[in-house]
Design a protein around this ligand. Structure first.
Ligand code: SAH
Length: 346
């Protein structure tokens, strides 16, 4: 039984069945999540006999790092994790001036079918477990600890649709928040969704002050449906309403992500439509010049078009930022590395 990803209470219950006292759970948990232990052997505050007993019954195996890429400027590191069954998912570390942020994946592959996204090219393989999601962050935390640094924030914006794997995603966030792991604050967590309305409403009731980000990418139902098939199931109007419910319930500003794609959604007209849609909301827009995905024939607009789009939003009093680019030289965008390696048969 692999206990990596278990909470302290779960482990304590399992240990009790083996006749092992509760306080051992706390020691084991700290070894696993704070000290990078990958075997019971190294847990030198546990009696030798107990370590052997544990090793017989449990494992604390973590996903293997299958590939590691570092951007030329060193600010971005991308890992491709390989799980026990051979499935893979990507994790990215971004060193910002304000702290270290980890972008985690929630599924191996994705079934949302967005036109611009590499993660969905090969469909969905499966949901990641709590342990597999948490391990992405714990692994980066272990790495940063060597240089005296830590994970400050996480963005659930890697491959996969988190709302389709709701329980495991929330389980992982709760685990990463716990004091005996890495004690991440909920305010430092952002979850991004393609707009699964029931998931957004459920998250609003969860009582966790995490930030919500909505992948909008178009200002009309028609255009959005052509880029994101999910819009046919949950139309934009309902997504916006659910997001407002989230903002009202949590008092947290919702961010709308808007990928700018040349001649598709980057015009003056779309900027004005978007401004009308969001005016007066507790919201802001994050403009993302598309990371071109060769397979999709979608291209990035010139810089002036990006700035014009931003100016129009601001003129209508809608806050808009342009996402700082990191890691384009290491295919850091959603699913790009995994997809490339799968095509190469690796
Ligand atoms: N499924 C969730 C989270 C994963 S996608 C969601 O849709 O929000 C995370 C973000 O990366 C989304 O805003 C997504 O639209 C964006 N993204 C995907 N492909 C991209 C690309 N080629 N260039 C720029 N951003 C991309």
């Amino acid at each position: 039984m692999n206990i990596f990803g278990w909470m302290k209470t779960e482990l304590a219950d399992a240990l009790r069945e083996e006749g092992i006292p509760r306080f051992r759970a706390d020691q084991i948990i700290r070894w696993m999540y704070q000290r990078g232990a990958v075997s019971f052997d190294v847990m030198d505050n546990l009696p030798k006999l107990l370590r052997a007993q544990l090793a017989e019954r449990f494992s604390i195996e973590r996903p293997q790092v299958g590939a590691r890429l570092t951007s030329a400027d060193g600010a971005t590191i991308k890992l491709l994790y390989a799980f026990a069954d051979g499935q893979t998912a990507e994790t990215v570390l971004m060193r910002h001036p304000y702290g270290n942020s980890v972008c985690v994946s929630t599924q191996a592959g994705c079934r949302m079918g967005c036109a611009f996204c590499a993660s969905t090219l090969h469909g969905l393989a499966r949901n990641l477990t709590v342990g597999e999601i948490a391990a992405q962050v714990i692994g980066m935390a272990d790495y940063l600890r060597q240089e005296g640094a830590r994970v400050d924030t996480i963005v659930v914006m890697g491959s996969g649709e988190p709302m389709e794997n709701y329980d495991n995603v929330i389980g992982a966030l709760r685990l990463l928040h716990a004091e005996e792991t890495i004690g991440l604050s909920y305010r430092g967590m952002t979850l991004s969704t393609s707009g699964i309305v029931p998931g957004i409403l459920r998250l609003a009731e969860e009582g966790l002050p995490i930030s919500l980000s909505i992948s909008l990418h178009a200002p009309t139902e028609e255009l959005r449906s052509s880029l994101m098939p999910v819009n046919r199931m949950y139309p934009m109007a309902e997504v916006l309403r659910a997001a407002q419910t989230y903002a009202a319930r949590t008092k947290r500003r919702v961010t709308y992500e808007y990928i700018l794609i040349r001649d598709v959604n980057d015009g003056v007209r779309e900027a004005e439509q978007l401004a009308r849609l969001l005016r007066g909301q507790l919201a802001s827009v994050n403009l993302i010049p598309i990371n071109p995905v060769a397979e999709r024939h979608l291209f990035r607009p010139p810089r002036e078009t990006v700035l014009r789009f931003q100016r129009i939003l601001e003129a209508h009093h809608v806050t808009a930022t342009v996402r700082r680019e990191m890691g384009t030289d290491i295919q850091a965008a959603c699913g790009q590395l995994r997809s490339r390696l799968m095509e190469a048969g690796l």
